[in-house]
Write a protein that binds this ligand. Structure first.
Ligand code: ATP
Ligand code: MG
Length: 767
């Protein structure tokens, strides 16, 4: 027996050695599920199972690569040759190409990514002349995706009373027609989208018994990691393929199911037991990843979920440090403290940057963290996503700003001329471009010089072009009279981008909205930033200067591909299955984590809790949780409440900030810091699951009003009044200038002299 089996505990070893038949391994985080799956494959290969008879399905390609490398460290490469290992999409794409003819697809079918798919949906909606406010392409696409993942084809959709009713409820009676047309168009284009790949795989296996025979006999051993996050379509494929040899091993943790919004179903675990009544079930109860404190804390949290399979999880590792909770006044302070904690730990613990991970609920939160890591010279990378300024929605907004300062920027124009959708189709854009090329001028110039019909543009685009032009004429007229931030806010609003995201119900649009908000915030910080020492006092704070900063930053970011150890920044969703020595979970605030959407129903809140469980269980040695008592949201500093999840962890495992305690009772000590009162009160008030969206949980508003010195409204401000500013201290108002959007206050501060501030943000308190 070779060594690798000795690195397994008895339960793990049993799960590795009994590789025939149906096997279910449902166990808690860090208990070695992935390790068992990997070792099981190595063991099977050693026992003489042919590599090409093995199919292993993972959640990411990276996970498959790592698994293969691990096996390769035990066995020679030749022993692995022909083994199928990868994501559902990568593995089944190969089969679909081989069998494309049976489905009436060309072998070289195109794969539409999400953006392509949306464009097709968009085009159809336009051609059908449906109003885009009702038929938002993103929402329509999400509906179609959900239908496909539940194997509901267009005709069946029409016959499905429940779906039809839901759509007529949202007043989209033609959704089924769009689906039908989208489905037909993809076929006609010889293209499959991501959902199609799984759907057609099912159709293939349903209609062609010979195919089931062929692949069922090829893949005699099928293994699936992260089984809790498979959707119905994936479940059925696996079931069909395993129907001949019935050697199927699925591994997962119901407490880590975090993709239900994409159609994943925890019930697949229960279905598996039903489908395979004779299946062997292995329980792995020892966590090897984390300290006892982390495991116990995670257990105490997940206990709060009502929907879960009973299981134990313990660690014999040392107790380790308590989970530190950091309370910050703002997200900037949060970024700063986390960066300095990482910095200090790197020195005190001789740790490499790669030992650290910062986990957040939404992508938008990465920007501030990035900024402070850069200021401390800590190398980092963003995992599973683009750097903030490379995100599509951020680029869209940047294109607007580029156009605002230079309307002749053709690339920016092409990106936004039809975003948000205005009914200016590709053909019109092509014609405008042709006209511009013919005259040797920019597209903007030609738009001003020629009528649409002179360019060959017809239909709805004609009117839309007029609207597009006037947006930029207005914006450029304003650009010299307002500062960069106000200009950006006007652009965001005037362009209709904000409205577009706000009205959409698609999950992705919520994060796009947040990212757009983050972008505006970064411009605000740029405008407000004080010149650092050595810098000339009159720093250029125009939008052009900001745009230049950003493009240099983007260049720097794209050079990140090297071997430098880097801290990892990632969303909790993409942290699944990974482990790091030190983790920071940031933004633990109500309406952020749990998210807004999460607070709506019990199902959602339980999914958010599972998500937090995933986050907590990534760390080996140390977890730090942080929250900010205020966050910059839509032009004002909004107070935020600590997440209910902090309270749900047994306080024995937590180290609260000085003066704070999760279980402490409220008292009347007036010297208490403001945030302490807020914090305690929130912890004492049971937060209702039915709290309406965007409303702070019960009890918060009241407490804030009592204990925070309310910033004075601009009406209270007058020349000569003494005011207090959080950062600059005391001063006297020397001038007030009121515009439509805000009041500019000039204050002569005792320390620091005269400063011009926007009343909306300055939070000045009259003293
Ligand atoms: P997750 O639920 O997060 O996906 P998991 O159950 O898949 O976790 P693994 O990633 O396989 O757990 O293992 C967690 C860590 O524990 C890994 O570093 C792994 O190498 C280690 N480990 C697992 N089993 C043992 C063991 N018997 N002895 C020592 N270390 C182990
Ligand atoms: Mg795993």
């Amino acid at each position: 027996m070779s060594n690798y089996l000795e690195g397994l505990n008895p339960a793990q070893r049993e799960a590795v050695e009994n590789y025939n038949g149906a096997t279910l391994i449902i166990a808690g985080a860090g208990s070695g599920k992935t390790r068992v799956l990997t070792m099981r494959i190595a063991y099977m290969l050693q026992q003489g199972v042919k590599p090409y008879n093995i199919l292993a399905l993972t959640f990411t390609n990276k996970a498959a690569r790592e698994m293969r490398e691990r096996i390769n460290s035990i066995l020679p490469y030749s022993a692995l040759r022909g083994m199928q290992m990868g994501t559902f999409h990568s593995v089944f794409c190969r089969i679909l190409r081989a069998e494309a003819a049976l489905l009436g697809f060309p072998e070289a079918f195109t794969i539409y990514d999400t953006a392509d798919s949306r464009n097709v949906v968009k085009a159809i909606i336009r051609e059908m002349e449906l109003p885009e406010e009702k038929y938002k392409p993103n929402e329509v696409y999400s509906r179609i995706s959900l239908a496909k993942n539940n194997l509901i084809l267009p005709d069946a959709y029409a016959a499905n009373a429940q779906l039809m009713e839901e759509d007529s409820y949202t007043k989209r009676p033609r959704l089924c027609d769009i689906y039908k047309s989208y489905f037909a168009r993809c076929r006609a284009n010889g293209a499959m989208d991501f959902d199609d790949m799984l759907l057609y795989m099912n159709i293939l296996l349903r209609d062609h018994p010979a195919v089931v025979e062929k692949y069922g006999n090829l893949y005699q051993y099928i293994l699936v990691d992260e089984y809790q996050d498979t959707n119905f379509s994936q479940y059925l494929i696996v079931k069909k393929l395993a129907s001949i040899h019935r050697n199927i091993c699925v591994v997962g943790d119901d407490s880590q199911s975090i993709y239900s919004f994409r159609g994943a179903r925890i019930e697949n675990i229960l279905r598996f037991q039903k489908d395979n009544p004779d299946c062997q079930i292995f329980k792995l109860e020892q966590n090897y990843r984390s300290t006892s404190t982390i495991v116990n804390a995670a257990n105490s949290l997940i206990e709060k979920n009502t929907r879960k399979l009973p299981k134990k999880l313990f660690s014999t590792n040392e107790d380790g440090e308590k989970i530190k909770v950091i309370c910050c006044q703002s997200d900037k302070e949060e970024g700063m403290r986390i960066a300095s904690d990482i910095h200090t730990t790197m020195y005190t613990k001789q740790a490499a940057a790669s030992d650290f991970a910062v986990l957040y609920r939404t992508n938008a939160q990465s920007r501030v963290i990035e900024e402070y890591l850069r200021s401390k010279n800590i190398p980092y990378r963003i995992y599973g996503g683009h750097s903030f300024f490379q995100r599509a929605e951020v680029k869209d907004m940047i294109s607007y700003l580029r156009m605002a300062v230079n309307p002749r920027d053709d690339e920016a124009l092409k990106r936004i001329i039809n975003f948000p959708p205005r009914g200016i189709g590709d053909t019109s854009i092509e014609r405008i471009e042709q006209a511009a090329r013919a005259d040797g001028v920019s597209m903007w110039d030609v738009l001003l010089a020629k009528t649409p019909s002179e360019m060959g543009v017809r239909g709805t685009a004609v009117k839309s072009l007029g609207g597009f032009i006037s947006i930029f004429q207005e914006i450029s007229a304003r650009s010299s009279s307002v500062d960069a931030y106000n200009l950006a806010v006007e652009v965001a609003n005037r362009s209709g981008v904000i409205q577009h995201y706000r009205l959409s119900k698609a999950i992705e649009d919520e994060s796009r909205l947040q990212n757009t908000e983050e972008l505006l915030k970064s411009i605000k910080e740029f405008v407000d930033s004080e010149p650092t020492e050595g810098e000339e006092q009159e720093r250029d704070k125009s939008i052009t200067a900001w745009l230049q900063d950003v493009s240099l930053l983007t260049d720097m970011d794209s050079n990140a591909e090297d071997n430098t150890p880097r801290a990892t920044l990632l969303t909790v969703h993409s942290s699944k299955g990974l482990e790091f020595k030190y983790t920071y979970i940031v933004g633990l605030e109500e309406n952020l984590f749990p998210s807004n959407r999460g607070a709506e129903t019990l199902d959602n809140i339980e999914e958010e809790r599972r998500l937090f469980y995933v986050a907590l269980t990534r760390a080996e040695r140390r977890v730090v949780l942080s929250f900010a008592t205020s966050r910059f949201k839509w032009g004002s500093i909004t107070p935020s409440n600590p997440s209910r999840f902090i309270k749900e962890i047994d306080p024995r495992y937590l180290e609260m900030p000085l003066g704070l305690s999760a279980s402490a009772t409220d008292d009347d000590d007036d010297d208490m810091p403001i945030h302490r009162k807020t914090y305690n009160s929130n912890f004492q008030q049971p937060t209702s699951l039915t709290t309406p969206r965007n409303e702070p949980p019960t009890g918060f508003k009241k407490v804030v009003q009592q204990s925070t010195p309310t910033p004075s409204s601009s009406q209270d401000l007058a020349v000569g009044k003494r005011v207090h500013h959080q950062r600059f201290g005391e001063g006297v108002v020397t001038n007030l200038e009121t515009s439509a959007s805000d009041t500019r206050v000039t204050v002569d501060f005792v320390q620091g002299g005269e400063k011009v501030l926007l009343a909306k943000f300055a939070k000045l308190v009259v003293v």
